[in-house]
Design a protein around this ligand. Structure first.
Ligand code: ARG
Length: 568
């Protein structure tokens, strides 16, 4: 139940106008506070405090109200009946939506032959959590791993391999794709090719030109380049799969990226040409994306570069076209670094103008940067830009060290689970748009706003529930403050997920989970459950509350893609 909505609607209905309901931080004066008297006073030209006195009995009549009092200039503070709280708190259930939306979500979007960097962490984690939230809310989502498998890096990598092994059959005239080529690429080495080739291209104009030429020929279907590409593509797809598993994110519905989109370029070009949207500029083919209302200049969208090659821009538009045909989505949502905002603004405008997909159905969720203590993008100890695996390894080491220190005995799988929770929870608790500082020690602490703290709380509750031999059940409706506050938080789950979904604010779920854990731990300390001196009815009721709390927390951790270990 969304208690907030329930109370708010009941008050509005009773009074016949819409007032604002607040949840005061300090619950001593009430669980909710309404400004109804102020709103009503304005409507009726009356004094708010006088009107509050008139309204008060009506609010007191509501069956869930234990007490109501006037405060300050005319606020009415409301306390909810204990029985009502206890009877209506339920574990969250996935929703059934009458009018589910079809949502295409573009996140992850890993690149072929490039190891994942720290930036891929946020798109994966936040994208995955939002996907889980949408599904929980009853919507139909399709997740697209829009792989970077077609552009400039492909040309650079093939050119690099050509430099290393010019004798390979792939580079010989008249290469037959049926030919078996005895050449294997070492997966670790593969990741070094792109950085090396792109560094060389910056200094060596001939190499740069060669890579561009290869890219154009590759895109035009050169059999040798294509056969070689398929070799390293397979390695990369395997690595991506490992990442998905290592991050415990849902498998993608489509691992289809730029190359898949490129098949639709002809159809899209036809549409663009019918609308006379493409024109030549400095040898390239471009599309105007300016609008009269622009206050800053917005550059044209690159349809084809001056060598006639497909671009990130053109394949992204073709991908929209493909999604429209395949899924016919009500929304397309992209998760990338904030720095790609201009690209998406251009894409949305172009898609809209061409009639392929309307501007207002697109969303771009741009996330901030993960920084080191120096405020600059996070680097590993040796000064290199941190890869995703580095981050997970560092978190593992930090958790491992803590476990050793505390003389606990946990297996490697459990430590991995805790380390992943540390990284993911920390990512989720920050507002998506803001940068944050990555501090391995802080995020792996077992106290405070951390993943390990959340897991630990869940493990503890599980252990109580597993030990119990009596049935969890409401026997006694007298509840104390700790039980009450915990139940009110459980009753706030539905509101939290409504708001998180509406505002695409995954941090609300993480913060909710943390607050819930604090209340759970308060309850755990103050309200012994299975102790011998506790009477049976209290035991059962407390066990009931513990179970509700556990189920609510598990729902939240599932939404964040965190696993709860059996022991910690
Ligand atoms: N592969 C790109 C990168 O790693 C992100 C692609 C995002 N999605 C898209 N449709 N452009 O930066």
């Amino acid at each position: 139940m969304n208690l907030y909505k329930y109370v708010s609607n009941a008050i509005n209905e009773k009074l016949g106008f819409v007032a604002n309901l607040e949840t005061p931080r300090n619950r001593d004066f009430g669980d909710f506070s309404t400004n109804a008297a102020m709103v009503g006073a304005k409507l009726a030209h009356k004094n708010p405090r006088e009107l509050a006195a008139e309204i008060l009995p009506k609010i007191q009549e509501l069956d869930f109200v234990a007490s109501a009092e006037i405060a300050g200039p005319g606020f009415i503070n409301i306390k909810i009946k204990n029985e009502f709280i206890l009877q209506n708190a339920t574990a969250p259930q996935p929703r059934t939506e009458q009018n589910p939306l079809v949502i295409d979500m573009d996140y992850g979007a890993y690149n072929v032959a490039k190891s994942l960097h720290i930036g891929h962490l946020r798109t994966s984690i936040v994208g995955d959590t939002l996907n889980r939230i949408f599904r929980f809310m009853g919507h139909k989502t399709f997740s697209w791993n829009h792989i970077g498998d077609w552009g400039k890096p492909m040309g650079l990598i093939i050119a690099w391999i050509e430099r290393l092994h010019p004798e390979l059959p792939y580079f010989q005239e008249g290469f037959d794709p049926q030919t078996h080529v005895d050449y294997e690429i070492d997966p670790n080495e593969l990741n070094t090719y792109y950085p090396a080739a792109s560094a060389l291209a910056k200094q060596d104009a001939d190499f740069q030109a060669r890579a561009q030429e290869i890219k154009a020929k590759f895109q035009a279907g050169h059999p040798g380049y294509f056969a070689l590409y398929e070799k390293f593509l397979a390695i990369s797809l395997r690595a991506m799969n490992n990442t998905v598993q290592r991050l415990n994110i849902l498998p993608f519905d489509y691992d289809l990226g730029e190359r898949n989109a490129a098949q639709y370029l002809g159809q899209v070009e036809k549409i663009l040409n019918e609308k006379h949207m493409i024109y030549e500029s400095d040898g390239a083919m471009v599309i105007d994306t300016k609008r009269d209302t622009d206050t800053a200049p917005i550059p044209p969208y690159m349809w084809r570069d001056s060598r006639g090659a497909d671009t990130y821009d053109s394949t992204d538009l073709a991908a929209v076209y493909c999604r429209k045909i395949k899924d016919n989505p009500d929304k397309i949502i992209y998760f990338t670094d904030l720095r790609q905002s201009l690209h998406f603004e251009q894409l949305f405008r172009t898609a809209d103008k061409s009639g392929i997909y309307p501007y207002e159905k697109f969303e771009h969720i741009g996330y901030g940067t993960i920084n080191g203590a120096d405020g600059k993008p996070f680097k590993t100890r040796d000064g290199n830009a941190a890869g995703l695996d580095d981050i997970l390894d560092m978190a593992y080491e930090a958790v491992n060290a803590r476990i050793a220190e505390s003389n606990k005995n946990l297996d490697a799988e459990t430590i991995k689970t805790i380390a992943l929770a540390a990284v993911k929870f920390n990512d989720l608790i920050h507002d998506v748009k803001s940068d944050y500082i990555f501090d391995t020690s802080a995020i792996t602490s077992f106290e405070g706003r951390t993943g390990p703290y959340v897991l630990y709380t869940a493990v503890r509750l599980n252990s109580v529930l597993n030990r119990a031999t009596i049935e969890p059940k409401i026997v006694d409706t007298t509840i104390n403050a700790d039980e009450r506050n915990l139940l009110l938080a459980i009753l706030d789950f539905d509101r939290t997920i409504d708001t998180a979904c509406e505002n695409r604010a995954t941090d609300l779920i993480a913060n909710y989970a943390y607050n819930l854990c604090q209340l759970i731990n308060g309850f755990y300390h103050e309200c012994p459950i299975l102790r011998d001196d506790i009477d049976e009815s209290t035991k059962q009721t407390r066990l009931y509350i513990a179970k509700l709390a556990r189920d609510t927390l598990v729902t939240a951790t599932n939404l964040m893609g965190l696993e709860i270990p059996s022991k910690m």
